[in-house]
Design a binder for this molecule. Sequence first.
Ligand code: NI
Length: 196
Amino acid sequence: MILPIVAYGDPVLRKKAKAISADYPNLDALIANMYETMYNALGVGLAAPQIGLPIRIFLVDASPFGEDEELSDDERKQLKDFKQTFINAKILEEEGDEWAFNEGCLSIPHIREDVFRKPKVKIEFQDENFKTHIKEFDGLLARVIQHEYDHIEGILFTDKISTLKKRLIKGKLSNISKGKISIDYKMRFPDMKKKR
Ligand code: NI
């Protein structure tokens, strides 16, 4: 089932999400619905707050990046095969010199900005069977994971841009929260006027 994606301005996107346990109700269905929602919106990642739930789950499927011809064969292969559900994730380490990448977000349509992040990340998480993993990622994969991880910490990529750029997109962000945008996937807008 495709779920509406929560738009910029909704307080759920600002909450520090809570850990869940294996007995969380209907978890399998929730995860399946999140994947369906992400694929429908052509996203490479989706976090539970973006469908209105302040819990620590996010998904990454980096396979669309596997087509990027600017990347090396090794990188493309790594991205093409990568699909992972992250539950109760905790970033243990980030390292390296920060690099810029033009990020976007399904909750903030039509806005893209360069965001600086460290290139390597070490993360502990549980998979959908609640098996714990500690893994290291780099490059674009690390980038997507860091972006999604921010969502479960209540942080958005637009928080990480310069004050000037923030000022420049203020009007656009306000329009998004009011639903004054055109998009081809289902969204829920916090400031949309109730229909009379
Ligand atoms: Ni996002």
